[in-house]
Design a binder for this molecule. Structure first.
Ligand code: NPW
Ligand code: ATP
Ligand code: MG
Length: 345
């Protein structure tokens, strides 16, 4: 099968991609649909017999007095994608602010406490995935606490999406996530360059983004890397793919936070579903593809309504409709979600 773009390179999904491919290759509707179908395969059915929490309990570690929006965007996005409960572990000062944005979030003012690691650790057995970094800032005390939280989460095998200042921490100490294959890194352009310099010793090679992302993933022991940009490039060191679904040209802050929060839920679902549902491809790769497609679809829909005035909040409002449009087909009478195979752009 030819390598495709449009919404992704899917050759990897079909189990035959073991090398990098150039961007800007021919579009293939079939491949795009195949990629979306793999994401649909891991979405759990809504069913009356399920109890609260089964669709996902997510934790966001981040936020500080300067940045209260970022952890909110990530945590609320997790809920809007379908998680049942969303926790935010943040600083004492930031907690009431974040709480005031939404009654849906469970906010713990613990991150700058001397007992931060133990305070978060108590919750870890109940969490299915973590997002580490949105709005965290670069205070040394906070970063030291986050380091302890990362170690404790790895010990428990909890999937971790690392974004924003969490990536700053990883660039300082790559050993923190080295070889942890339940980690997904979601760097933007600047964050990727910083990581590439720290880990590979050379800056971003803009000419071959596939190769750069693949090399970074390999050097970190095959953690999944999502390099965000005009096209999102995703690799687990073996397979590499791109998501270039139409988004918007609006570059307001917070879109990466929406992506990381959404991704945490999809990662949980994909790992639960396992590789038989993802056609042998890495569940994390499929989850990452789904989160990129979803974020871009939200951007597109929000921009159609609000144009230049579009903000992250407008995109979050689109999460439900965008998710349905991409991944959800009719819920069957048995409560299952039956794929239609219909391509909807
Ligand atoms: N509402 C909130 O609370 C939000 C809070 N947020 C939180 O803010 C914290 C810092 O995050 P960050 O992303 O601003 O990080 P950082 O690495 O300091 O880069 C800043 C500089 O990099 C550049 N630059 C950026 N992109 C580029 C590109 N594609 N290509 C080229 N250059 C690019 C650009 O440079 P400039 O254009 O100004 O020269 C920019 O000034 C973090 O905790 C995050 O979660 C956000 O989530 C948003 C919503
Ligand atoms: N030039 C672009 N064209 C279209 N979509 C883009 C472009 N750049 C980024 N995106 C999309 O925007 C989303 C967020 O990426 P971005 O690079 O803005 O993250 P970020 O800088 O971490 O955001 P945040 O402001 O939340 O920190 C991704 O889904 C990505 O696909
Ligand atoms: Mg960001």
């Amino acid at each position: 099968m030819a390598v495709s773009s449009g919404c992704g390179v899917v050759r990897g999904f079909l189990g035959v991609l073991n090398q990098a491919f150039p961007l800007h290759t021919a579009r293939s509707v079939t491949d795009m649909e195949a990629a979306l179908q793999l994401v649909r395969n891991v979405v759990p059915p809504l069913a009356a017999w399920k109890h609260k929490g089964q669709a996902g309990r997510i934790g966001v570690v981040g936020g500080c007095p300067e940045y209260t929006g970022a952890p909110y965007f990530a945590a609320i996005s997790a809920l809007k994608v379908g998680a049942d409960l969303s926790h935010v572990f943040t600083t004492q000062d930031a907690a009431p602010v974040i709480k005031s944005y939404s009654p849906e979030l469970i906010v713990h003012p613990v991150l700058d406490s001397p007992s931060a690691v133990q305070d978060v650790e108590k919750w870890l057995p109940r969490l299915h995935a973590l997002v580490v970094g949105p709005g965290l800032g670069r205070d040394d005390v906070l970063l030291e606490n986050v380091k302890g939280i990362l170690e404790a989460s790895k010990t428990r095998g909890i999937p971790i999406v690392i974004d924003a200042d969490g990536l700053w921490l990883v660039a300082q100490q790559p050993a923190l996530i080295q070889g942890y294959q339940k980690a997904v890194l979601t760097p933007n352009h600047v964050e990727f360059s910083r990581l590439a310099e720290a880990v590979l010793g050379d800056p971003l090679d803009g000419r071959d983004r596939y190769r750069s992302v693949q090399r970074l993933s390999q050097a970190l022991g095959n953690v999944t890397v999502v390099q965000k940009g005009e096209q999102d490039v995703i690799s687990d060191g073996g397979q590499a793919l791109t998501c270039s679904r139409e988004g918007s040209s609006r570059r307001c802050g917070g879109q990466g936070d929406l992506l990381s929060g959404s991704l945490s839920v999809l990662v949980h679902w994909a790992l639960l579903a396992g590789p038989e549902k993802t056609n042998g491809s890495s569940p994390l790769l499929v989850a990452a593809f789904g989160a990129c497609a979803l974020t871009r679809q939200c951007a597109r829909q929000a921009f159609q309504k609000h144009g230049r005035a579009t903000t992250a909040t407008d995109m979050i409002r689109e999460l439900g409709p965008a998710f349905s449009r991409l991944f959800e087909t009719s819920a069957g009478a048995d409560g299952g979600v039956a794929p239609t195979g219909e391509l909807r752009l």
